[in-house]
Design a protein around this ligand. Structure first.
Ligand code: SDX
Length: 431
């Protein structure tokens, strides 16, 4: 079949050039414009990359109109119900669901890498007690590059595999240490006999003074939340990891850059912002007033946890989290949590409001997740850390795919220059 092409014509010169259209497995095809500048002497202009594909990827597919999310082809709904976070991590890294032996080997490899170098604890002593945990996570994850620098050859598949296992294994240990620093309690070491999510709960909440009982409902809810956050194609933080990684930098440094990007309230920081918003609204009777603020162009207030660059339908993760929210709050005897009631009232009103309907603004993954984290005893400021823990396998899988992609080069976008025209220097006495 003849190749499908798109022709671009420069009306000023009459020059026309054909560009190949590349089809994916699902979703929009892409116009391969790699040679546009040398052909026509123009750049494309796409602030926010609303119409730009930065790479080819086999890892995650999102259909924003349908509200579909697939990890390596598997629907998120099925993975959230039947899989585990470690199995999903294996899937994202390797492209296939593991056999029982492969899963056991992978779980063992993660388990035996959960400890961090003891001297890493000194970093936390440098933080004030009220340091934001994302500041601590970003700094300490970046410092891992100091411990694992010489031994890393990013062009060696085995070295990349070890980096991936180490970062997935150590993130919860570092995150929990940041939490313990926040609350002024002693750090808790990982326990190899616990599952990934049980280990995280234990490192967060156990104390030397008493036995800590893992609540299986909390363990399952946490594991599912981590699954739902594990990857999301070329979102801002993943694109940050890819761009940083494209220079050949240390993968731990690239993931630290991803943490920094995720922290923003327009991205992973939204879950913390949702709880702050719900606490500020305070009562269902004030919802209308805040909806009006969200619609007011002169008011910077936005409905946090609503809207998405890609989803113009329900975020499938929000649908799953909403269901889990009800279940976990009932299980924990918090079914009448006023924040859940307020969130549902806010969602109900917004989804019937023309402004939100017209702009296809629906609840996203961040709208309900904070309510569950809060119910699990996790403070607002720590919600984005939980998001980072979930997104780590996605970041490192995308980093590995970028390194292996022969088409990938150092990411170096261009611009349209709108500054001062060329002019000569004027000595200060003549200004
Ligand atoms: C995540 O990319 C990913 O995949 C991210 C993520 C992942 O898993 O990695 O899914 C995780 O980051 C989820 C999003 C979390 N952020 C929030 O909940 C913050 C609130 N949402 C908005 O800031 C916004 O919706 C974004 C940032 C999520 C999307 O921004 P876009 O795509 O640039 O959309 P936009 O700002 O151009 O908005 C389009 C219109 C605008 O109005 P008009 O100019 O057309 O009149 O919708 C309005 C916006 O003002 N709008 C909102 C709104 N979100 C968009 N108005 C009120 N409240 C909102 N939340």
């Amino acid at each position: 079949m003849a190749e499908h092409t798109i022709t671009l014509t420069d009306n000023a010169t009459g020059r026309s050039v054909e560009y190949p259209l590349r089809e994916g497995t699902h979703g929009p095809s892409v116009i391969d414009i790699k040679t546009l500048y040398q052909d026509l002497g123009h750049f494309t202009y796409d602030p926010g990359f609303t119409s730009t594909a930065s790479c080819r990827s086999d890892i995650t597919f999102i259909d924003g109109d349908e509200g579909t999310l697939l990890y390596r082809g598997y629907p998120i709904e099925q993975l959230a119900e039947h899989s585990s976070f470690l199995e999903v991590s294996y899937l994202l890294l390797n492209g296939e669901l593991p056999s029982r032996t492969e899963l056991d080997d992978f779980s063992h490899s993660i388990t035996v890498h959960t400890m961090v170098n003891e001297s890493l604890k000194n970093f936390f002593n440098g933080f004030h007690y009220n340091a934001h945990p994302m500041a601590m996570l970003t700094a300490v994850v970046g410092s891992l590059s100091a411990f694992y620098h010489d031994g890393i050859d990013i062009n060696d598949p085995e070295s990349r595999r070890m980096c991936a296992h180490r970062i997935i294994a150590k993130m919860p240990t570092i995150a929990a240490a940041a939490f313990k620093h926040m609350v002024g309690e002693p750090f808790v070491y990982p326990k190899n006999r616990l599952s990934y999510s049980a280990n995280l709960l234990n490192m967060l909440f156990s104390r030397p003074t008493e036995e800590y009982e893992i609540n299986p409902v909390a363990e399952r809810a946490l594991d599912q939340l981590l699954i739902l956050h594990a990857d999301h194609e070329q979102n801002a933080s993943t694109s940050t990891v890819r761009l940083a990684g494209s220079t050949g930098t240390n993968p731990f440094a690239a993931v630290a850059a991803g943490c920094a990007s995720l922290w923003g309230p327009a991205h992973g920081g939204a879950n913390e912002a949702v709880l702050r918003m719900l606490e500020e609204i305070g009562h269902p009777s004030r919802v209308e007033q805040y909806i009006a603020k969200a619609k007011d162009k002169d008011d910077p207030f936005r409905l946090m946890g609503f809207g998405h660059r890609v989803y113009k339908n329900y975020d499938p993760r929000a649908t799953i989290i909403r269901k889990t929210c009800h279940e976990i709050l009932e299980e924990l005897g918090m079914g009448d949590d006023p924040k859940l009631e307020l969130a549902m009232k806010l969602e109900d009103i917004a989804l019937r409001d023309e402004y939100f309907v017209e702009r296809k603004l629906y609840p996203n993954v961040d709208f309900y997740s904070g309510i569950i984290y809060k119910a699990l005893g996790i403070p607002n400021q720590f919600f984005t850390v939980m998001f980072a823990l979930g997104r780590t396998p996605g970041w490192i899988a995308q980093w590995g795919e970028m390194v292996e992609d022969r088409e990938q080069r150092i990411g170096r976008p261009r611009q349209v220059y709108t500054g001062a025209a060329r002019r000569d220097y004027v000595p200060v006495e003549k200004r």
